[in-house]
Design a protein around this ligand. Structure first.
Ligand code: NAD
Length: 357
């Protein structure tokens, strides 16, 4: 598919491209929507089969960021960047400096951060050429690892679901099956265990599952068995598409609420969960804690403010559940509708000139 066809499919006004011969940089900055503020979103640095795949990824991810930020009440629009992994030898620092200059030329329309394939070191390089970067070192006003904040938000979302679906004010005695105990899954287990929940976990890395067993008394099961654990909450915290036509019939939970992005393989899977009487906490609504934390870095980092804002994910998830019940709609559609309502209150075109920072 051509670039303009893709832009029209994802409803974009502008996409920015940069090629730098000296460093081998080939980068795309996709800015989906700036009605709520400058676009904020990570930079992905991975190998793509072709340009179409890279552009599609950027467009899809940036749109997701618009939705996540809007629902989290953050004054940012959605953006994302991808750098195509060069197919030749390259100087990583030079490449990220060139990328930083690209960001700087956008005059603050887009603020970057870490994503798959990029890390703190890359953000520190970008920082030398532009101020429009987050995820830098704590010594430079950075916010550090976002995972504990993401986990806090997920715990709050689980509490809202438990209150709504089970009528309970506490997680004491609530059984949660956690799929993937990496960065977020580990901190989520910590939060849940401290609140008195019991845990069953699975991870492709047995050392990570054993750590959860050792530290939080979690039961471990194999990768397939995690779907059919009889529990109150299934928390997908590994990869995307965990909820699909094969896995949904296996679920024996009342609630699905976890950190993973893009949990529904296709949107219709949200309807399948509703038909099975399972309350689903939409992924981008419940996993926004890390974004809330990084957004705080833009205005001056304060962990207490990040924490207070992340705690509000409880209210968002509860409202989604209430609206869904009232309208007999699947929760993922309700969340989308809430975002559309928020964006409709600030009718500014996506092609407005850059805001001077
Ligand atoms: P991570 O890579 O640290 O952890 C993922 C874990 O899942 C790993 O331990 C991995 O071994 C395990 N895993 C992979 N496939 C699995 C499978 N089939 N079954 C069980 N375990 C499996 O990543 P993370 O940073 O913890 O992120 C987890 C998810 O949450 C991702 O989807 C990510 O996009 C999303 N997310 C993360 C953040 C954040 O702050 N890190 C924020 C928002 C969303």
């Amino acid at each position: 598919m051509g670039a303009f066809e893709l832009m029209s499919q994802y409803d974009y006004g502008a996409v920015h491209l940069r090629r730098d011969r000296a460093t081998g940089l080939q980068a795309i900055v996709a800015i989906h929507d700036r009605r709520l503020g400058p676009a904020l979103g990570g930079c992905r640095f991975i190998s793509y089969a072709n340009e179409e795949a890279a552009l599609t990824d950027a467009l899809r991810l940036a749109r997701g960021m618009t939705y996540k930020a809007a629902l989290a009440g953050i004054a940012h629009g959605g953006g994302k960047s991808v750098i195509m992994l060069p197919q030749r030898q390259f100087d990583r620092a030079a490449l990220f400096r060139a990328f930083g200059r690209f960001i700087d030329d956008l005059n603050g329309q887009y603020i970057t951060a870490e994503d798959s394939g990029t890390g703190l070191g890359d953000m520190e390089v970008i920082r030398t050429v532009t101020k429009h970067v987050t995820g830098v070192d704590v010594s430079h006003g950075g916010s550090g690892d976002p995972s504990p904040f993401t986990a806090l938000g997920v715990r709050r979302g689980i509490e809202a679901c438990v209150k709504f679906a089970l009528g309970k004010d506490s997680l004491k005695g609530i059984h949660v099956a956690v799929q993937g105990v990496g960065h977020v899954g580990y901190y989520l287990c910590k939060e849940l265990a401290a609140a008195g929940a019991s845990l069953t976990v699975a991870d492709v890395d047995p050392l990570k599952a054993e750590r959860a067993q050792r530290e939080f008394g979690a039961k471990t099961v194999n990768l397939d068995a995690i779907y059919s654990v009889e529990c109150d909450v299934f928390a997908p915290c590994a990869l995307g598409s965990a909820l699909n036509a094969d896995t949904i019939p296996k679920l024996r939970c009342k609630i699905v609420a976890g950190a993973a992005n893009n949990q529904l393989a296709v949107p219709e899977n949200g309807n399948d969960l509703l038909s099975r009487g399972i309350l689903y906490a939409p992924d981008y609504a419940i996993n926004a804690g890390g974004l809330v934390n990084v957004a705080q870095e833009v205005v001056g980092y304060d962990a207490n403010i990040s924490r207070t804002r992340t705690m509000k994910i409880y209210d968002t998830i509860f409202e989604i559940a209430e609206r869904a019940k009232r309208t007999s709609s699947p929760t993922h559609r309700v969340a989308d509708a809430m975002v559309e309502e928020i964006l409709a209150t600030v009718p500014v075109s996506t092609s407005t000139p850059p805001q001077k920072a």
